[in-house]
Unconditional design. Structure first.
Length: 198
């Protein structure tokens, strides 16, 4: 077992799939800027490990939807680590092509919808994820149509999370569990359930 996140180990097979994903990212990144060139030196800590920490919150679900999947964080990583089928929504055609190739190379159980979030119509899922996509009020607007009854949303957020929650509660009733990030001292994971418009 390889320690990837404190308190979380992954199997050798999962580690190999993550290695294959990072190798593919390094190959494609100069052409389509999936992550900043500065971040590539820290891709394991800033992106892979950050995304991996939500896998336990998705594990056991029948499926999940990842909004604004970009370079595959957290969507591809979550599908690999939690072994849960995911639908990744990404409007940039080049990034969507990368995500499809990542699915092929890593055998991640994902399908990619290359369209804008507002135009996508996947089956609602028990879990919706997003990372570094939008402020919480907008994120909840996008999430609500994709969330199955009784489902939850899992968002990786930064230091503005409390302010965003305050703003979002003006339009939404929700239960929120705030988990501290293990990769960022000012980051959190918001686990949102019982989402209803005010």
């Amino acid at each position: 077992m390889t320690l990837v996140v404190p308190g979380m180990s992954v199997s050798r097979e999962t580690q190999e799939r993550l290695d294959a994903f990072v190798a593919l990212l390094e190959k494609w990144n100069p052409r389509i800027n999936l992550v900043s060139s500065r971040d590539m030196a820290f891709v394991w800590e800033r992106h892979v490990r950050d995304s991996l920490q939500i896998a336990p919150l998705v594990q056991g679900a029948s499926s999940f939807i990842d909004l604004g999947s970009g370079g595959g964080f957290p969507g591809v990583i979550t599908a690999i680590a939690a072994n849960v089928p995911g639908t990744l929504i990404e409007s940039d055609q080049r990034k969507a092509a990368f995500l499809r190739e990542a699915a092929r190379v890593t055998l991640a159980p994902i399908k990619v919808l290359a369209q804008r979030i507002e135009q996508a119509e996947p089956e609602p899922a028990p879990v919706v994820t997003a990372r570094a996509l939008a402020a919480l009020p907008r994120l909840l607007e996008w999430t609500a149509p994709f969330l199955a009854k009784g489902g939850k949303a899992v968002f990786l957020k930064g230091q503005q999370a409390e302010d965003e929650l305050t703003e979002a509660r003006r339009s939404w009733h929700m239960d929120v569990c705030i988990h501290p990030s293990v990769t960022s001292h000012d980051g959190v994971i918001l686990e949102v359930s019982n989402l209803e418009r005010v």
